[in-house]
Design a protein around this ligand. Sequence first.
Ligand code: SF4
Length: 475
Amino acid sequence: MIRPEDTQLQCSPALDLDLIRKYSVPGPRYTSYPPATKFSAELPALRLEKAILDDNRAGTAGGEPGRTSPLSLYFHLPFCESRCWFCGCNTVITKRLASAGEYLDDLAREMSLTAARLDRRRPVTQIHLGGGTPTFFPPGELRRLGAIINEFFHVAPDCEFSVEIDPRRLTPAHVIALRDIGANRASLGVQDTNPSVQLAIHRYQPQALNVAAFAWLRAAGFESINVDLIYGLPLQTPDSFAATIRDVLTLGPDRLSVFSYAHVPWIKPAQKIFDDRLQLPGPEAKLAMFAVAHELLTAAGYVDIGLDHFAKPDDELAVALRTGTLHRNFQGYSTHGGASLYSFGISAISSTPDTYRQNHKTLAEWRAALDAGRLPVERGLRLSVEDTRRRTIIMRLMCDRRLDFPALSARLGLDFSSVYAAELASLADLEADGLLHRTATGIEVTRTGVPLLRVIAMRFDPTVTTAALQHSRTI
Ligand code: SF4
């Protein structure tokens, strides 16, 4: 166990900073494949309405009578009272509380339009409220949201229901309302506990607020609490970020997501305020922050799930990693797979087995589509057979840290090592550097390779050449 006062940067044996330096290039996060940058606005060609019908038919699981495959629901609640300058989310900044009720009326219209196309016997096994700030919604509106969900969908009794929480906009009444509508998991946005950093990013959040939020959520019976942190923000140093990690560890979170700040002011203009680069840590400082986070969290007993995620050994995510049942979706790593995703609200992304579709990103366009009685879809993608194969390969790599050639050949209906011979040959340099090794029947990612999972996956991704520069760096 690392001593709390030890601020010296130490690397876990699994973390090879020279290799991370060598291979850290911009790359997708693979929360979907192909990435959202490939979506098209040519909607008629995508036949997305038909995709929902097809999804219903495919939804009769395994041909078993009476069994229907599950649904996952996502609700984008976009309002925030003030803008955090690093934020990459699609938000609407307002202090006008009535916005919540009006938006909820429109969400109900969207749910009605979608539910009319869906087999409503399909059980909802996963719900996620994201944002924006879901707790911008007053407790009464959160209860109304829960009632509307139950009006249109069949929510399974053991549904995994998670909500993103901003401790600055949380009261005990919010927590009780969320529990009453079935929420059982929470994800707290903390980012950094240092007041100077907080002022630099326009997000002042004393640690006392985080402590109170944890106490209320634990007392209400939330089963799992995640904390989001970001490194690479203005004024952060490796030592200050180590102090943030230690502050957060006192809260005892079940999971942590430790994200690398993506500076993309050409996509997110609010980030231009950081363009005085003297404020932003350089790549070496960011790497040191990543290293210290990895060291402190693994020393405290958290399991490195992959990419940005850490979990207690008895948390479902860590169990899923051990048992080979980990999945990846738009929220990151997940224990639920196989459910079609139906999402509501501005910019929300839905998926059926062979399509993605994304809603309009502005309130005005989203509402205009609802007024016209249309699903408010702006763009999407119909996956080719080859896309679905590549998705399977990339997701297996990202979740299992290995590729099992016989299993992939059976699943994809082809001779995997012949069809993907060029991609497999392209792994030679990664193998020589110890990021992976070949076995008689496949490849396995080594502990050294885990922080560079995205780099390995990119070798199977033909979209990466053109999309690369729009993504964040791998670390
Ligand atoms: S980080 Fe969260 S609270 Fe801040 S602007 Fe973005 S969505 Fe809103």
